[in-house]
Design a protein around this ligand. Structure first.
Ligand code: KG4
Ligand code: ZN
Length: 350
């Protein structure tokens, strides 16, 4: 079975093809991505209307490219999958509308996929795929969640952020420090030259006794420290503040992950979402887990941030496991807000 996956929930247009044979883990045939980061940078964040219009421009050329790269033709596609939510309504509608129209033209079924399920299954495409069950640390621009994953489609929320997501904390702190968008990679590049102990920043909810996170206070603390440095702030101080910010976020993520492992008794953790690309997070989690005999799995670096491969993969794994069926009725909806624990919400029209 060949699944075409379309991702358009935010500022990346991703298209990919995966092949699944029997019950083996699906394999990636090709994926292509266009990031709108340069376009949105001038505005300091994603402009939804511009995002939708750009998805329209990119999605067909990217589909052509993955077909060429995989040596496949349109008629080889068996199922067309798309991101149904959560995300920007207009951006989601572009991908969903395109997927359903293409499937109708090819007389093939479609399947709407939950974006976060895509992220948390994405390590299955890596050279070191996980096995169920595992704890998942999902750290993206909009979400910070710890989950217990027993099998495809069975996700139990253990804890989540009560305000900003970890990615937002990176992005907002980066903006305060005058860095570009998206802020996470820019802040971590600057942090490489800084001293993480030069500033004393809070570790919100670190000792809360549960698995919830809070990052809004950290952003305020970064702002206070930055203002204190005055207008003629030197490059070293900015790097120190960046390093201290990164250290605070990473420490909370690592300690809460260890707590989730302890509470569930599981010996395996999967890290997914854009912040999972952060090198310091990876190094500290690897170290802490190695000391405890816990296996850590990450997506390939190129598949940490939004992409079509994870959408095609999640669709293929849902179909394989029998927890979803592709639809041929041509009806679709998008779910801009869609908690993962309501993943089995029927497609409107069904
Ligand atoms: O998963 P993702 O691509 O999009 C969402 O679904 O939100 O995550 C994007 C987030 C942004 O906040 C970005 O700043 C952050 O991931 N990010 C990073 C790094 N690369 C991306 N944060 C820290 N370090 C990185 N290397
Ligand atoms: Zn994402």
């Amino acid at each position: 079975m060949i699944v075409l996956g379309i991702e358009s929930s935010c500022d990346e247009t991703g298209v990919a093809l995966v092949r699944s044979d029997g019950l083996a883990v699906p394999r990636l045939c090709a994926h292509a991505l266009h990031s709108q980061a340069d376009m949105h940078e001038a505005y300091g964040g994603v402009v939804p209307e511009l995002a939708s219009r750009d998805h329209i421009r990119r999605v067909i050329p990217l589909t052509r490219r993955v077909l060429v790269d995989a040596g496949l033709a349109l008629r080889d596609i068996d199922v067309v999958a798309f991101t149904r939510g959560p995300g920007l309504a207009g951006a989601l509608l572009v991908g969903a509308g395109y997927a359903v129209a293409l499937a109708a033209a090819l007389d093939r079924p479609t399947l709407g996929v939950h974006h976060l399920e895509g992220h948390l299954l994405s390590p299955f495409l890596s050279a070191d795929p996980p096995e169920f069950p595992f704890v998942a640390l999902l750290v993206s621009g909009g979400h910070t969640q710890l989950m217990r994953v027993d099998r495809v489609g069975q996700y139990e929320l253990l804890g989540e952020t009560i305000d900003d997501a970890a990615g937002e904390a990176f992005d907002k702190s980066a903006k305060l420090l005058g860095l570009g968008y998206p802020g996470g990679p820019a802040l971590s590049r600057l942090a490489a030259f800084g001293n993480p102990t030069a500033f004393d920043l809070p570790r919100p909810l670190l000792h809360s006794g549960n698995l919830d996170f809070s990052f809004a206070g950290l952003k305020t603390a970064v702002m206070t420290q930055f203002r204190r440095l005055g207008t003629n702030v030197c490059e070293q101080s900015r790097a120190d503040l960046a390093a201290a910010t990164q250290a605070a976020i990473v420490e909370v993520l690592v300690k809460k992950s260890l707590r989730a492992l302890k509470e569930t008794g599981l010996r395996r953790i999967v890290v997914a979402g854009g912040v999972g690309a952060n090198a310091v997070l990876r190094a500290q989690l690897d170290l802490a887990c190695a000391q405890r005999g816990v296996r850590v799995h990450y997506p390939e670096p190129a598949l940490c941030t939004d992409n079509g491969a994870m959408i095609a993969l999640a669709a293929a794994m849902r179909l394989q496991s029998g927890c979803a069926a592709a639809s041929r009725d041509g009806a679709f909806d998008v779910r801009p807000r869609w908690p993962l624990d309501r993943i089995d919400l029927p497609q409107s029209g069904n």
